[in-house]
Design a protein around this ligand. Structure first.
Ligand code: GTP
Length: 331
């Protein structure tokens, strides 16, 4: 019955009349060396009576019982509280009874350790739940903060491309628009640029005051927006200078737009002041040029043309190509 040695508790084997057949090492360590005879000597008198009146009848009736409280008697006379379990088994054709004892003290310790472990597990679970709640809160805060930062960034991006006085785009916005066009256009495509400079604007300021000058700038910007097509971009380029960028517009189309601008601006007066503008027009094919280079060339040419418009008496459009004599002869 070597397997009994492996059980982690004291074990006693008897025949069905209580004669001791075998004890394991745990049992011998607990109550003393094994001797032949009946099992009664391992129990104090009260437990012997309990055995006779209760445990044996239960065993014969059910072939087993479990968890009966009893006491064992050690060789040095100590009473050891135990929980007894017994079962009738057949070993090599003989009916025997296998008795397992759990020392009550150890069982209590084991139970209290179990309770402690369960309490610890509950504590850990509630700590984890709290940490989880904190994580969710932190995540919500982070999401709100990210949205705030994004809104702020969008706002800053908008501001950095906007002229605060007129609400039009600024130079950066112009660069962006031309850049976008270049990414989709082919080398043969043309774009035109109108550089618009308000005539005698210094006099407006001097005569009517800076605030009125600002109103004139606002008026011109809204007239330019009204005259531009949906695909055109109107930006305030500097003090009293505006640019209208006309993607896919050739010289003819740009001239028509420029004329519309003159008419539109001339229609309205600001504080009895008639407002006119001088416009420089430049038209270029893309010809495999980078955004900066292409825009720079358009602006230089348009600037030269505005200068010419001013010297020819203002309130007119001059096309840069005419200055080179390119369009002096009909094609
Ligand atoms: N009210 C106002 N004036 C501005 C602003 N930015 C620039 N200016 C003024 O615009 C005027 C431009 O004057 P000039 O460059 O001499 O040109 P002009 O008087 O328009 O004369 P021409 O261009 O030769 O017809 C200057 O007096 C600047 O002070 C602005 O934001 N608001």
């Amino acid at each position: 019955m070597f397997y009994l040695e492996r059980l982690p508790c004291p074990v006693l084997v008897t025949d069905c009349s209580g004669l001791v057949l075998h004890t394991n090492l745990d049992f011998r360590n607990l109550v003393g060396p094994s001797e032949s005879g009946t099992m009664d000597r391992y129990f104090p008198p009260a437990s012997c009576i309990f055995l006779q009146t209760h445990a044996w009848p239960l065993l014969f009736k059910n072939s087993e019982f479990s968890e009966l409280y009893m006491q064992l008697l050690s060789a040095d006379g100590q009473r050891i509280p135990v929980m007894a379990n017994a079962r009738v088994s057949e070993v090599r054709g003989k009916r025997v009874v296998i008795w397992l004892f759990f020392v009550a003290k150890e069982r209590q310790r084991f139970e209290s350790e179990l309770l402690q472990a369960r309490q610890q597990a509950q504590n850990t679970a509630s700590q984890l739940a709290e940490v989880n709640r904190e994580l969710v809160r932190a995540y919500d805060q982070l999401a709100a903060y990210t949205a705030e930062v994004k809104t702020e960034a969008d706002h800053l991006a908008h501001l950095s491309h906007t002229d605060h006085l007129t609400g039009l785009g600024n130079r950066r916005a112009l660069l962006l628009q031309v850049d976008r066009w270049i990414k989709t256009a082919s080398d043969q495509d043309v774009g035109s640029l109108l550089l618009i400079d308000i005539d005698f604007f210094k006099q407006v300021n001097d005569r009517l005051g800076h605030a009125e000058g600002d109103r004139v700038l606002g008026h011109v910007s809204s007239q330019l927006q009204k005259s531009a097509r949906a695909q055109d971009s109107v930006v305030r380029y500097g003090g009293e200078e505006f640019v209208v960028w006309l993607p896919y517009s050739d010289r003819r189309g740009a001239e028509l737009t420029a004329q519309r601008l003159h008419d539109q601006i001339a229609q309205a007066q600001v504080s009895d002041q008639l407002i006119t503008v001088s416009i420089g027009l430049s038209t270029l094919t893309l010809q495999n040029q980078g955004t900066n280079r292409y825009l720079e060339r358009l602006l230089i040419e348009a600037d030269t043309a505005v200068y010419e418009a001013k010297s020819r008496g203002r309130n007119r459009t001059v096309c840069f190509d005419d200055l080179l004599g390119l369009h002096s002869q009909p094609a």
